[in-house]
Design a protein. Structure first.
Length: 287
């Protein structure tokens, strides 16, 4: 009878992706790491009751969950299971997708880390200005072309390295299509901040920008929502002259609070203007 019960349980787990995932991650954990004895174990990893203890749930309910009989767990329980099983962020998201068919609620993380690999990627784009920004549109990394064509971010105080602040101040005279460019960025900021769960983080920025710029206050109050996506930016550069840049935005896998924006010169003439500008500014840019 016990053999039949085990077979039923095993079949239930195989038919239940959530239970299979939980069992697999449980088997990968070293009991000694979590203060449990490693002796007298017939299978590797933690026992079900040990995971239940760590997650502060009933051992019976957790067993049912692995067997596909536990019902849909709440977000609070899923978070406790993720901690109990020491899941990384990608595994935690997968747990939510299996259990609730949706990703977990977003948790905004300020100042994401820019890895050396990401910086090298930016630097490889010789004539294409490129930058990494947060959902609040703070620029946290850039390449030489971005410093030469857009703004020398390294020469700015950290709090001023924000696309919104720049568009409504020093960058405004360089943008012949300023009104449409500014509207697009304001609408994208609203969407990006909401998607990233950063509503509180932009509250101070919006208040400060509204006080400084009646134009920003007007656009923000219109409640437009949009995506930056891709498009064309025309720039009147004081040295290079008129530049047409095609831009595209990319999500950074594994770092959802970072967006890569690449501006490509639209024509061969624009490429040559950027190359010439880079030669002129090579000795003057701030590292």
């Amino acid at each position: 009878m016990a053999t039949t019960d085990n077979a039923i349980s095993d079949n239930s787990i195989r038919d239940n992706p959530l239970g299979s995932f939980l069992k697999d991650r449980r088997a990968r954990l070293d009991p000694k790491t979590f203060g449990f004895s490693a002796s007298r174990r017939r299978t590797p990893g933690l026992r079900r009751e040990e995971v239940a203890q760590r997650a502060n749930v009933s051992a019976t309910w957790y067993t049912w969950l692995e067997q596909g009989r536990g019902g849909a767990p709440s977000a609070d329980v899923l978070d406790r299971l993720a901690r109990a099983l020491a899941l990384n962020p990608v595994e935690r998201e997968h747990l939510y997708m299996l259990a609730q068919q949706r990703p977990p609620a977003v948790r905004y993380r300020a100042a994401p880390e820019v890895t050396p690999r990401l910086q090298r990627l930016l630097d490889m784009l010789e004539v294409s200005p490129a930058q990494l920004r947060t959902p609040t549109w703070d620029v946290v990394a850039w390449n030489r072309a971005a410093a030469a064509v857009l703004t020398d971010f390294g020469a700015l105080p950290q709090e001023e390295r924000n696309v919104l602040r720049l568009i409504f101040s020093k960058a405004r005279p360089r943008l012949p299509n300023w009104e449409s460019d500014a509207r697009r960025v304001v609408a994208a900021l609203r969407a990006d901040a909401a998607r990233a769960g950063a509503a509180e983080e932009i509250r101070a920025l919006v208040a400060d920008m509204s006080a400084r710029s009646p134009d920003f206050a007007r656009m923000w109050q219109e409640n437009d929502v949009g995506s930056h996506g891709e498009g064309t930016k025309i720039l009147n550069h004081p040295i290079a002259g008129r530049l047409t840049l095609e831009y595209s935005s990319f999500a950074v896998d594994g770092q959802p609070d970072l967006t890569l924006i690449v501006y490509n010169p639209a024509t061969a003439e624009d490429v040559e203007r950027v190359r010439a500008l880079l030669k002129v500014t090579a000795s003057t840019q701030t590292p």
